[in-house]
Design a protein around this ligand. Structure first.
Ligand code: ADP
Ligand code: MG
Length: 385
């Protein structure tokens, strides 16, 4: 959807100017939530504004949906900004003398959508962001978080395929900010817009981003998933950021799960399963149906009894003494479930198939600081920066 190549912005003259963005390349897929993260002054806003040419690039190439943006004339550019791309700022203005509904319909005005349709779409957008009952209110009757929701509604109401968001939640207090992040993730699951989201907060970046581009002094120091950045920081700069991240609220079950050491099939012989179990010194094992769904857990004690009684059906030894969770559960929510059973926590798909397990030690390792668990503590800086 967006292809940027060696994008560059120098404010002022080439020799004495500020190199705000210094040769940045990336591709963003349709439906991706792409985060640009970096400290203040690293060039995030400049880069974001070059995507719709609110800031004119000094050099490089930019294509959106295959079209060369830097070659567009005024009419095409206006069309790009009005239809294809919508921008949400940290401090964006609501018209104080217009209702919330009129404010959220505003983005469509410039596009020449008929009044009735505008208001209908505005109502839909307000409902989507949880303000369905506030359409007739005026901006000064809303809280800060609610006003920011109107901004989101305004962007959603135009069916722009691309949303550019410049620190949209940074002015909100932490609890409301979490709510807005949840809301954005929920909306994005249904709407699948292409979103470029700027933040200076790595926790926020990791929570939201399908991929994260970390910037420093106008350059990219790392581009990858949250897991890439946590486990393989490209340099000391990124690693220092990572050490401040609350891993329990960023990592999910699927990022730390492992292959189980042993699983059994319902058709297996209890004696054979007991023997394998004693080899790995475990007290229980997941028993799977032929299609991979969990049939239950077999404990060593029940297996031993079955073996003594010459019982050959593993199904008769099964208990439901285990816990399972989905792949997207945050680690903070796993803590309660892990370590209370003979088998590790099961990570299952929607259809109940076993995808992996989270042993207690794996959870504890993941929650501890990267710097103390990373055995290869050699500087990796030179190669990447
Ligand atoms: P960020 O959004 O990451 O804080 P910016 O893109 O706003 O970074 O700024 C990057 C650099 O460019 C900074 O050094 C900033 O001072 C400079 N800069 C930004 N806008 C302008 C401008 N209009 N004129 C001159 N310098 C600017
Ligand atoms: Mg900025």
């Amino acid at each position: 959807m967006i292809e940027a190549s060696r994008l560059k912005k120098v404010y002022g003259s080439a020799s004495e100017g500020v190199h705000a963005v210094d040769g940045v390349s990336f591709d963003i897929a349709p439906g991706e939530l792409f985060v640009i993260m970096g400290l203040s002054g690293s060039g995030k806003s400049t880069l974001l504004r070059m995507l719709n040419r609110l800031v004119e690039p000094t050099g490089g190439e930019l294509r959106i949906d295959g079209r060369d943006v830097l070659k567009m004339g005024d009419a095409d550019l206006r069309d790009l900004r009005n239809r294809k791309i919508n921008m949400i700022f940290q401090h964006f203005a609501l018209f104080p003398h217009r209702t919330v509904r009129e404010n959220s319909a505003y983005g469509m005005r410039v596009r020449g959508v008929a009044e009735a349709e505008r208001l209908e779409r505005a109502d839909w957008a307000l409902k989507t962001v949880g303000l369905g009952d506030r359409g007739d209110a005026y901006p000064d009757q809303l809280s800060g978080g609610q006003r920011q929701r109107v901004g989101l509604a305004r962007a959603l109401a135009t069916d722009a395929e691309i949303l550019l968001m410049d620190e949209p939640f940074s002015a909100l207090d932490p609890l409301i900010r979490r709510d807005m992040q949840d809301l954005l993730l929920k909306l994005q699951r249904d709407l699948r817009r292409t979103i470029v989201f700027v933040t200076h907060d790595l926790n926020e970046a990791m929570r939201l981003g399908d991929r994260i581009m970390v910037m420093r002094n106008g350059r990219v120091v790392q581009l990858g998933t949250a897991t890439d950045i946590l486990h393989k920081p490209s340099c000391r700069y990124v690693r220092d950021f990572v050490s401040d991240v609350d891993r329990s609220r960023v990592l999910t079950a699927s990022t730390i799960m492992r292959e189980p050491l042993l699983t059994a099939r319902v058709s297996d012989d209890p004696r054979e399963v007991l023997r394998k179990l004693s080899n790995i010194e475990a007290g229980g094992v997941f028993v799977l149906e032929d299609d991979g769904r969990i049939a239950g857990v077999a404990h060593d004690e029940l297996l031993a009894r079955a073996a003594a009684e010459k019982c050959t059906s593993l199904r008769e030894c099964l208990t439901d003494d285990y816990e399972q969770t989905g792949p997207d559960t945050l680690l903070v929510d796993l803590c309660r479930q892990v370590g209370r059973h003979a088998v590790p926590l099961a990570v299952t798909d929607d259809d109940g198939k076993l995808r992996g397990v989270v042993p207690r030690a794996a959870l504890l390792t993941a929650l501890s600081d990267a710097r103390t668990t990373d055995s290869s503590d050699t500087p990796k800086e030179a190669a990447h920066v």
